[in-house]
Design a protein around this ligand. Structure first.
Ligand code: HEC
Ligand code: HEC
Length: 209
């Protein structure tokens, strides 16, 4: 048993170890998001806010999100964001072109393939499957640019910060990112955690990196 006198010191050392582990994001699994509480150690509010956005950006720049927020005329696919195959076009309202609408292939729910030789295991599905408007494109932009754009009602669908938080925390198309169907890696963390990080980012001034 540890002598009592070392108890407090041991606790202090353990706390230091936990702290340095939190500081070193390299020890975290990339599939995880840091909890909001771990940002409390950053005393400067603006710096903390930027760090929170960088954590949010792990989701936003993940292929499950970025592939539907492309800068060009085509959706993207896969972990490497390659151009959508078979060919698909943005079209009016992001839902494809006449004769080749998104919902011709993307149904209301993810569709798991059985017994085919396809390189993919499922076809994504959702009742509102379509590309984000080009003013909401994230592809090829820096985190600072993405952040400014997400805050700008002229480019984020007319949302206040509260509505932006609501969208990230609860929208059912955003939710698809964590239930993307067989053969696809889900976005990091959980949608609830993304909601908490976004709220903490707003509370700390919604600063951009
Ligand atoms: C199937 C395509 C699709 C996927 C997948 C998708 N989005 Fe979107 N996203 C859209 C569309 C369409 C809109 C515009 C609709 C709207 O504004 O309500 C949009 C709008 C948004 C907006 C609001 C506008 C803005 O850019 O600030 C945010 C935030 C957002 N998406 C976040 C995400 C996140 C985070 C993910 C991944 C977890 C994701 N989206 C995955 C299609 C998609
Ligand atoms: C001709 C059929 C077809 C059409 C039309 C089509 N898709 Fe797809 N799409 C697929 C198939 C099949 C996959 C699965 C391939 C894969 O994951 O490698 C896919 C995958 C995707 C993915 C990849 C998801 C991810 O995270 O990797 C996105 C995004 C996507 N489609 C968006 C769209 C949008 C938006 C439209 C309309 C503008 C559209 N697709 C039209 C067949 C189609």
């Amino acid at each position: 048993m540890r002598p009592l006198i070392f108890g407090a010191m041991g606790a202090a050392l353990a706390a230091t170890a936990a702290f340095s582990q939190i500081q070193n994001t390299g020890t975290l699994n990339p599939k995880d998001l840091r909890p909001v509480s771990s940002f409390g150690s950053i005393p400067d509010q603006a710096e903390r806010s930027r760090a929170l956005f960088n954590e949010i950006a792990k989701v936003v720049t993940h292929p499950r999100c970025m592939n539907c927020h492309p800068a060009g005329e085509h959706p993207l696919q896969g972990a490497d964001h390659h151009e959508h195959a078979p060919p698909a076009y943005r079209g009016e309202g992001g839902v494809g072109i006449a004769g080749l609408t998104c919902n011709a292939c993307h149904t209301e729910k993810n569709f798991t393939l059985v017994g085919t030789n396809a390189t993919y295991k499922s076809i994504p599905g959702h009742p509102r499957w379509g590309l984000a408007p080009v003013e909401m494109a994230w592809q090829g932009k820096s985190l600072g640019q993405i952040c400014q754009q997400m805050k700008d009602p002229a480019r984020n669908g007319g949302r206040t910060l509260a509505l932006l938080q609501e969208h990230l925390a609860h929208d059912d198309l955003v939710a698809w990112g964590w239930a993307p169907g067989e053969g696809r890696e889900p976005a990091p963390g959980t949608q609830a955690q993304l909601g908490e990080l976004t709220q903490a980012w707003i509370n700390s001034g919604a600063e951009c990196p």
